[in-house]
Write a protein that binds this ligand. Structure first.
Ligand SMILES: Nc1ncnc2c1ncn2[C@@H]1O[C@H](COP(=O)(O)OP(=O)(O)OP(=O)(O)O)[C@@H](O)[C@H]1O
Ligand SMILES: [Mg+2]
Length: 361
């Protein structure tokens, strides 16, 4: 059984008098820039979220936005200046060094960008490393390492040396090492960023597949929005130490919290992210389902929706559990693909006062 991870008002300040800096940030008597001119870095400011078992929670942000600092507080490598981290009902912030090391070795695994494999150990012994640290007997750790390697698509490579493997395969050994320990919490910091695009895509797919089986609690850090949207059940967008939005890929695409988030999403291929649920007009619950035409479900991908729309002579009905929950007129599809202000055909879609197309979840 995996466990829930909770971050509660986390702050990390580097420099002089960190507690005082937190107080000034809390009371709005100083901002990050003012602190910086005093030589103080507020790396993480008031971060709160919870991650459910089985979820991939992605933290996305530019270089220096505080992602790694946040992650290091989650596994106790860095002590928060203020706030709490709870995992499996336990407050990690209150633990002694020794208790923390114990929790880290049993419950939490990290996968880094440049995963350091031991060159003079076999692939199996590399994958078994975390178990060795835990003192698991050899036969058992080899069995579990082999299982984890198989999960990561490396069956047959157990007795090879790291330098016989490609970069992508080496990264998978890193992932296998993390999985072999049975840790519930998997923390991944830019784990796929050093890989070639195709291999990277492959690893993303593999992680999604693995997660369906393993249902770990995963926090994945990336500065790549496309990766965030592919992997994340939810995404936290960080800017200058603060989380500025938490939401699904669709939320972030359709309802960016501010111009900063919106500017990030400009280059995203919307057709890959959006589903019928996000683009449908749920005000209209027409009787199109009465005809024998093809319908969509809320989860139908945008691309499939376009194909259905091309075959159906009227708006596509979105059907959930036998009920029509919305419709998608063809011009609405066009509107969602481009810049919504400029796109023709979305004039008939409901808009909020800010002029954004409203999509109801
Ligand atoms: N040990 C430290 N001492 C002082 N400042 C630090 C320390 N660690 C991080 N910082 C600062 O905190 C801020 C956030 O850094 P962090 O490494 O968390 O960012 P990041 O989002 O992971 O960036 P990247 O994408 O480049 O990895 C940066 O301004 C960084 O310089
Ligand atoms: Mg980092």
């Amino acid at each position: 059984m995996s466990s829930r991870l909770e971050a509660e008002h986390l702050f990390k300040v580097f420099g002089r008098r960190p507690d005082q800096a937190v107080e000034r940030l809390r009371t709005n008597t100083a901002d990050r820039e003012e602190l910086r001119s005093d030589g103080v870095t507020a790396a993480v400011i008031d971060a709160s979220f919870s991650v459910e078992p089985g979820e991939i929670f992605v933290v996305m942000g530019l270089s220096g936005s505080g992602k790694s600092t946040l992650l290091r507080m989650l596994n106790g490598l860095l002590e928060p200046t203020a706030g709490h981290v709870r995992f499996d009902g336990q407050d990690l912030t209150g633990l002694s060094g020794r208790e923390l090391r114990d929790v880290r070795s049993r419950k939490i695994s990290m996968v880094f960008q440049h995963f350091a494999l031991f060159p003079h150990r076999s692939v199996r012994d590399n994958a078994a490393y975390g178990l060795e640290v835990q003192g698991v007997p050899r036969a058992e750790r080899e069995r579990r390492a082999d299982e984890a390697l198989a999960l990561c698509g490396l069956a047959g490579w157990e007795d090879s040396w790291p330098d016989e493997l490609s970069g992508g395969m080496q990264q998978r050994v890193g992932l296998a090492r993390a999985l072999a320990t049975d840790a519930d919490l998997l923390l991944m910091d830019e784990s796929f960023s050093a890989l070639d695009p195709l291999i990277r895509r492959d690893m993303q797919d593999q992680l999604i597949e693995l997660q369906k089986k393993l249902k770990k609690t995963i926090v994945f850090i990336t500065h790549d929005l496309n990766e965030a949207m592919r992997l994340g059940d939810r995404i936290a967008v960080m800017r200058d130490g603060r989380i500025v939005q938490i939401g699904t890929a669709q939320d972030i695409l359709i309802r960016p919290a501010n111009d900063y988030v919106a500017s990030f999403t400009q280059d995203v291929d919307r057709s890959r992210v959006l589903t019928a649920q996000a683009v449908m007009d749920s005000e209209v619950r027409g009787d199109e389902a009465d005809c024998a035409c093809e319908t969509a479900t809320p989860g139908t991908s945008f691309t499939d929706l376009c194909a259905i729309s091309a075959r159906v002579p009227h708006p596509v009905a979105v059907v959930d559990d036998g009920d029509v929950v919305g419709v998608v007129p063809r011009q609405r599809l066009v509107g969602f693909l481009g810049d919504e202000e400029a796109a023709p055909g979305v004039c008939d879609s409901p808009r909020d006062k800010g002029g954004k197309v409203m999509a109801r979840a």
